[in-house]
Design a protein around this ligand. Structure first.
Ligand code: 2HG
Ligand code: ZN
Length: 468
């Protein structure tokens, strides 16, 4: 509960209508896409400028109030959850274009800008913001940066980190830091900007970002292939990546396809079934969706994969609409599983280690958890697997969650052996912090805590997230 005096001070900063105390607002702003925690913030603030964010942080520091920075709350690890009476600082009003520079091909935006609005703005300038994923319609750029969001084009364009040319943040001491200022080359000491990217709101509140844009991509075509087994998916990747400029290489299992077809009513890619499917996207010549030379090349590769026995069946998009429909089979999986409250894993290993790793994970879950339905999908071209575990009807939610914690530890041990990551792209938040030690050494953990102390000396920024 906030005291009357603090409420008055907060109103003096943001204005009365920008301090939300109603139960509905607290519920809505206190949670992300996870369902494991009950939202319980003490209030929600909607600052309209960096100066207001700074004033909030200074006040929070004086009164020792915990702050949870909040974007579109589409996260899957509890990074934006406020469950312990924190003040939520929602960036919704900082959603403007601050500056566009066509020579540098950069755009400076408020952290609250919706990702899809940034993509649309870029396109109107004849440019492109390539970080793309299913929740771009509601996620905010500040949240994307705080979690270093990945998505479906990482194989060609990399993660959000690659596109951040500058950041304005307010750290936990209430200082405004202007980091990198849009420079392409800047070796003047430590690049603090990169510490904030992926820091999950624990070092500072990202208020403004200068984003690098690039030229529009050529038209692309999409192929969905039915694949014999896990190892064959990696063989198919090797075969296509060697010859085509891939912009995506995704995979999903038959169970994932069944769920998405059932839930969304999408058409299957082709008649037959396969244990796994690979979705490939590659650029064709500008202006021609089925440029003959590249499409013929793709068909030759497909035939060679069939001859090898890796691929059972396949389809190549013949129009933009067909390409979009094929993408839906992959992009809609997460939402199609949502009502089943799956336990999520978002893990990665180096692509070269993927074949052996996949066999071991498959064996682990088959042997130890035969009654669990596992829905496999992910950005396999980046070495990133989303392992969604569905609750068997016989188990209560508590029993299921307890078992999943065991699965996570076993997978964590396997990841440690393969030098992989317990969080490839969703972040650590609350969900994965107990497993962080499988990916980070004690020395690294100590250094991360020191960095946290340096930027947030009063420990008021998103406490309890990433690590305790
Ligand atoms: C995706 O790749 C998202 O579809 C969500 O990262 C993954 O829900 C998930 O597990
Ligand atoms: Zn993903």
């Amino acid at each position: 509960m906030l005291s009357k005096i603090i409420i008055e001070q907060l109103i003096a900063i943001v204005g009365e209508s920008r301090l939300l105390l109603e139960a509905d607002d607290l519920k809505r702003f206190g949670i992300d896409r996870t369902t494991l925690w009950k939202p319980a913030p003490c209030a929600v603030l909607l600052p309209g400028s960096i100066a207001e964010v700074q004033a909030i942080v200074c006040l929070a520091g004086q009164h020792n109030l915990a702050l949870v920075p909040s974007g579109g709350r589409t996260g899957l690890s509890g990074g934006a959850v406020a469950k312990d009476g924190e003040l939520v600082v929602a960036m919704n009003r900082l959603d403007q274009i601050v500056d566009f520079n066509p020579i540098d091909r950069t755009v400076t935006v408020g952290a609250g800008m919706i990702t899809a609005d940034l993509q649309d703005f870029a396109e109107k300038q004849g440019l492109y913001y390539p970080v793309n994923f299913a929740s771009t319609g509601s996620s905010q750029i500040g949240g994307n940066i705080a979690t270093n969001a990945g998505g479906i084009k990482v194989i060609k364009y990399g993660m959000t980190r690659n596109w951040v040319a500058g950041l304005r943040v307010v750290n936990g001491a209430g200082d405004i830091l202007d980091l990198n200022k849009g420079l392409v080359k800047n070796n003047a000491g430590y690049d603090l900007r990169h510490l904030f990217i992926g820091s999950e709101g624990t070092l500072g509140i990202i208020c403004e970002a200068t984003i690098q844009l690039t030229r529009l991509p050529a038209e692309s075509a999409v192929m969905v292939l039915g694949v014999r087994d896990f190892p064959a998916i990696m063989d198919v990747l090797g075969c296509f990546a060697a010859d085509l400029d891939l912009t995506a290489f995704e995979f999903f299992s038959q169970q994932a396809l069944d769920r998405v077809v059932e839930h969304r009513g999408h058409a299957k890619p082709f008649e037959g079934v396969a244990p796994f499917y690979a979705l490939l996207e590659f650029e064709t010549a500008r202006g021609a969706i089925s440029d003959r030379a590249i499409s013929d090349r793709a068909m030759t590769l497909f035939e060679s994969c069939v001859r090898q026995g890796w691929v059972l069946d396949g389809v190549l998009s013949q129009s933009v609409a067909q390409a979009q429909n094929l993408w839906k089979l992959r992009e809609d999986i997460s939402e199609s599983l949502w009502h089943l409250k799956p336990y999520k894993n978002d893990i990665s290993v180096r692509v070269s280690r993927m074949p052996n790793f996949l066999c071991e994970v498959e064996l682990l879950v088959e042997q130890q958890y035969p009654d669990f339905e596992i829905v496999w999908y992910g950005h396999i071209g980046d070495g990133n697997l989303h392992l969604n575990i569905l609750k068997p009807e016989a188990l209560s939610v508590d029993q299921f969650n307890a078992k999943c914690v065991n699965v996570s530890s076993e997978i964590g041990q396997l990841l440690a052996k393969y030098e992989g990551s317990i969080s490839a792209e969703h972040g650590v938040g609350l969900l994965k912090k107990d497993y962080l030690h499988y990916s980070r050494s004690p020395q690294e953990m100590d250094m991360m805590r020191s960095i946290k102390r340096a930027f947030d000396p009063r420990h008021i920024l998103n406490p309890g997230k990433l690590f305790d």
